[in-house]
Ligand binder design. Sequence first.
Ligand code: NCD
Ligand code: ZN
Length: 351
Amino acid sequence: MDTITLPTAADMHIHLRQGSLMTMVTPAVAEGGVSICYVMPNLQPTISNTEMAVAYKAELEALAPKVTFLMSLYLNPALTPDEIRKAAKAGVRGVKSYPRGVTTNSESGIESYDIYYPVFQAMEEEGMVLNLHGEIPSDADKNVCVMNAEEKFLGHLKDIHLAFPKLKIILEHATTEAAVNMVKSLGDTVGCTITVHHLQLIVDDWAGKCHNFCKPVAKYPSDRAALRNVIKEGHPRFFLGTDSAPHPSHKKEGPDSCAGVFTTPLVLPYLATILESFGALDRLRGFACDFGRAFYEVKNEKWVGEVKLVREEWNTPQKYSFGGEGIVGEKGDVVPFMAGKPLGWKIASIN
Ligand code: NCD
Ligand code: ZN
């Protein structure tokens, strides 16, 4: 098989940034073969209310008019059930919880999801999605670090699901076998996104290699195998959310490397190459196109195209430049995932 034809894909977890970086990244969504994406709210300031989400969406649409942007709010203590109802009416699709946000008003990190139960109740009633960054904060005294932060979070996922069985919850960017098993064990309202890079990387690939460093970090070979296996199974509650998170190269390469891997412009070529490497190419369409749309109950899309992938060995770009003449803001480069490395598939056309 040397060609694959697919509908344009759905990336259900993406960071599109602001300013000059947004100007580069947003048009690259379609370049990677994606026509619908779920947009993360961790801007500065965070997207914390309906007006901000609506305004951000308009900025993104101006840069990529054909792409459907599903918007999210940043879970924060000021979010009220009334604001949830307003957001739902305005078409905002969900709310994202980050460990840091949840730490507010609680002693030890994520312990106090309880304070958000009225918000979760309103979300359940409105059919909104709750997106969980599933890590608890590192705490040396309790032996919590980046390697076990996800596994130790999973009890919170279960508790919220049991309290709100009809609330759609997504465990974002799962990296562990424990997470896969937990999501599988819960009801149909619980989904899970998997990134491109976590299907490829293990600890050895990011330790000392800043461009592969992201949160949650890639873990053991057995964890990567669990992520691969659930895709091989074609499990419909596990779907693509790239967590593509571009940072200027000087911020990745500096003494305190920013977390985030940039995959947006090459999503389908990466996925076809990586899925083929573990015998799951036949699952590409379900994982990247169908399951995410189904979980989010997507009804209206601005455009769904047809992507043709061809088997061809080629090397990915070393960098993508942003900013410069006529563009307000910072100027720089972003180094993509697997920069300069060979891929086995290329996008021939998108119609
Ligand atoms: C994300 C980013 O850079 O916005 N980085 C990452 O490593 N995933 C933040 C996040 O989602 O944790
Ligand atoms: Zn993210």
